[in-house]
Design a protein around this ligand. Sequence first.
Ligand SMILES: [Zn+2]
Length: 378
Amino acid sequence: MQTPTVRLLRDLIATPSVNPAFLPEGDPRTGEHRMAEHVQSAARAAGLDVATETVSGRRCNVLVRLSPPGKVQHRILLGPHLDTVGFPNLESQLVPKVRDGRVVGRGACDTKGCVAAMLSALLRVARSGTRPAHTEIQFVGFVDEENEQLGSRYHATHHNPVDLAIVGEPTRLQVVTAHKGDVWLRLRTTGRSAHGATPHLGRNAVHRMGRVVDLLETTYRKQLSKRSHPLLGSPTINVGAIRGGTQPNIVPDSCTIDVDRRTLPGESEASVRRELRDLLRSAGVQAAFEPLRLAPCDPLETNPDLVWVQRLCRAAGRRRTVGVHFFCDAAPLAKAGTPSVVFGPGDIAQAHTAEEWISITSLERGADILERFLRTLP
Ligand SMILES: [Zn+2]
């Protein structure tokens, strides 16, 4: 049970790296710097080139490179993230446990398992003495995937695209080429306030919003269910929050809703706004749009027939690629021009749970597949 990959994963779990967004400011368990140091020392010990790039404050992506003996003709990037979510009983989750063929602890599957599998594969190739003749292999540990993906966004804008990025997330060792995007919108209706005893003198913004909510949850939802993507199914809409008015005896003059719209490849925030505006206009309802999130979460769609993707599919014993419902670092990299897929051991069902775990079989298979893939590179 105590293989080098399991040992590495246990060390990584015991190294707290909670995203600062999930704990009070100044909590000593936040930040990715300890994980970055751990990755660097493991890579240095295997004779690999190591560097960091500062994303913000103390938060650095860690960059490891295995250079080919010949001229660099291709570049492949292995990109797991270094941060985890927090949880109320965090202390006990920072003590890794091995039982029933599983490694248990915070980050076991999301995504320290992927860090361990990817790094193990790279270290094995580095130590074996034979490396790809013309392909540079990069391992990039990203900061901040769990919040705003600052690490991958920074990396994508400061480096040239590479031939393929394999982003590490638990995919049950399936090769993922598509995920939905996510657009958050705030809509506001306005009215005119008046005394509750004379509502006819005012204009009720909550009533107006009631019509908007009904349109989105019925007519618009039906429209969306008619669209479909072979790997992702239909786009969705959810009205997740509503706020309006202050008390019963005042006609409310303002009401807002927050909307989550999951997009398919080809859809964008602009196209979503356009169709919502048309829908409201045709129903004779007025509402203003306000942004809710600064960083765009675009959908991912990578061509499964690309030779690099096919190479990974062969190494993983997969005949076809799949889609997933979660967003990750792949989309920012893909948007900047790097064909990107998501791949890793473990199951997303165990991510962000109170008892996070990964199966040791999946972990070891993940490392083996990645090593096999790296050894096929030209
Ligand atoms: Zn993750």
